[in-house]
Design a protein around this ligand. Structure first.
Ligand code: UD1
Ligand code: MG
Length: 528
């Protein structure tokens, strides 16, 4: 068994990326869930390198901070002045103990690179015992890139930068992708011999190939199967086009694993997201970060989920969620906003124009319309009436509201936290609940309605409202005069409608709720 090769990965990330025109270093620009640097590091991850060095320069502090988050084992090495890719690798190797094995160098701005491709490059290099192997690709437009110059036998002769190339070399469409494998010992030796005799006056890593070749060392070219993987990113237009390419790659992979994407072109799934079989993603949907979508769940259209877990068979329609959990079979939206730590248990419902933050909504419980639920715990099978606010903030501190199981709260309630509504309790519509409501009680907290008869006719005489009121009075008068029996009926109807609208104490409410068949009982929100 041959000894496994010691492997060192060097990522070049010191450049400014001038054409990005950004205060953010180029390698920190995000692309579907990772930074450019993050993509490169994860393409190299399966190599299981013994050490990883990242050469930092422009925005070094920001890049270091990012590395601490995403790759704490990587060693950042400062290249204070960007004197060329050869110089950068020299500095990187100076920072690690001298050793044998393979050094894999990757430009920090090739985010579409696949782990399989890096793996194939390194395997080919190690099996051939080459001194250096470059990843090359045949591209439709080689402008700006280093060209692979081969001899008459088709073997690599040198790599020439476009600005140093002659007309014949510029016509070559086989380019250097900026990803290489080197034998550590021979690389160190060659780096010591680099000159700056070129158009940019820089130490070119690519010159290592010509030097090794002249010394009779075996150098090789590994051609990438798909040139798209080798695309670099120099400005925001290129970044956008890489994003589209990566979107298509990610979407295709999910469809092949059994996820339906109804409109892949408007579906943007971060590489960090997971979806289960038979999930359906409808158009205009963004799934970001650590989002997970369970089997058979329906997400979209017009949904953004960030770090959100959607359970099996749940549905989320035209909504925005960040750091939320949606239980199995639960339903969200249209037009809901789930904020961090919004947790919906199985079969819970958060409906239209509802915002939920840091709250648990128990199994089968519903918050159907126009409501803010903040810092609350709602038990199982409860219903929250429309247009309610969980008043969680006293201007200084946040407080919790607890609603029990099988509770039914009236429409237009304010729950002034801290407050508790017990199991099986009801509250009346329009109540401001400041005191606990015991289990099974009806909480009523609102003023009694008072009608001032004839007010409009007296105080707004001559208006259309006054005229309408007068006509209604006259019609009623005529009816009364005409039919005593009819008058009796009209009186009954009036009584019933008053009962429906004015229930203001629990005793009266219970009686009247019966009278009107429950449809207008104050505790029944009629908003399920
Ligand atoms: C380089 C290659 C070119 C190849 C192309 C692929 C050289 C001389 N040329 O050209 O053959 O086709 O990549 O994209 O290598 N960097 C440093 N320190 C430096 C200079 C660069 O860390 O002093 C980093 C940059 O941040 C970048 C990478 O090295 O991530 C490549 O540098 P860049 O200036 O983009 O090289 P290219 O001109 O694109
Ligand atoms: Mg470049």
């Amino acid at each position: 068994m041959p000894q496994p090769h010691l492997r060192t990965v060097v990522v070049l990330a010191a450049g400014e990326g001038k054409r990005m025109k950004s205060t953010l270093p180029k390698v920190l620009h995000p692309l579907l869930g990772r930074t450019l640097l993050g993509h490169v590091l994860s393409a190299a991850a399966p190599l299981a390198a013994d050490r990883t060095v990242v050469v930092v320069g422009h925005g070094a502090d920001q890049v270091r901070a990012h590395l601490t988050e995403i790759a704490p084992d990587a060693t950042p090495v400062l290249q204070a002045e960007q004197l060329g890719t050869g110089h950068a690798v020299r500095i990187a190797l100076d920072a690690v103990p001298e050793g044998t094995g393979t050094v894999v160098v990757i430009n920090g701005d090739v985010p579409l690179l696949r782990p399989e491709t890096v793996g194939a490059l390194v395997t080919a290099h190690e099996e051939a015992a080459a001194a250096a192997t470059v990843l090359a690709a045949e591209v439709p437009d080689p402008t700006g890139l280093g060209r692979i110059v081969r001899d008459s036998d088709g073997r690599l002769e040198q790599i020439v930068e476009e600005r140093d190339a002659d007309a014949a070399q510029r016509a070559i469409r086989e380019i250097n992708a900026g990803i290489y494998a080197f034998d550590a010992v021979r690389l160190r030796d060659a780096l010591g011999k680099l000159s700056t005799d070129n158009d940019q006056g820089e130490e070119y890593l690519t010159d290592v190939f010509g030097l090794l070749r002249s010394a009779g060392e075996p150098v090789a070219v590994h051609v990438a199967v798909d040139h798209v993987e080798t695309l670099g990113c120099n400005d925001r237009v290129e970044l956008a086009s890489l994003r589209r390419l990566l979107r298509d790659r990610v979407n295709e992979a999910w469809m092949r694993t059994g996820v339906s994407l109804l409109d892949p072109v408007t579906t943007w799934i971060d590489v960090t997201v997971a979806l289960d079989r038979d999930a359906v993603v409808d158009q205009n949907t963004q799934l970001r970060g650590a989002t997970v979508v369970g089997a058979g769940a329906l997400v979209g259209p017009d949904v953004t989920l960030v770090d959100t877990i959607v359970g099996e068979g749940a549905s989320v329609v035209r909504s925005h969620a960040v750091g939320a959990e949606v239980g199995a079979g639960a339903s969200v939206g249209p037009y809901a906003y789930l904020r961090p730590a919004a947790r919906l248990a199985d079969k819970a419902k958060v409906g239209t124009f509802v915002e939920v933050k840091n709250s648990e909504i128990g199994a089968g419980s519903k918050v159907p319309h126009l409501t803010y639920v903040g810092d609350a715990t709602i038990g199982e099978q409860s219903n929250i009436g429309a247009a309610s606010v969980f008043v969680n903030y006293d201007g200084v501190n946040k407080h919790r509201t607890v609603i029990g199981s099988h509770a039914r709260t009236g429409a237009d309630n304010m729950f002034v936290a801290p407050v508790e509504v017990g199991d099986g309790a009801y509250t009346a519509a329009g109540s401001v609940i400041v005191d606990d409501v015991p289990p099974g009680a009806m909480g009523v907290a609102r003023a009694r309605q008072r009608n001032i008869e004839g007010w409009v006719v007296m105080r707004r005489a001559g208006t259309a409202a006054a005229e309408a009121a007068q006509r209604a009075r006259d019609a009623k008068g005529a009816q009364r005069a005409g039919d005593a029996k009819g008058a009796q009926r009209a009186g009954d109807a009036k009584g019933a409608s008053e009962a429906a609208g004015t229930a203001s104490d629990s005793e009266a409410m219970h009686g009247r709720a019966e009278t009107v068949g429950g449809a207008s009982g104050a505790g029944d929100t009629a908003t399920e």
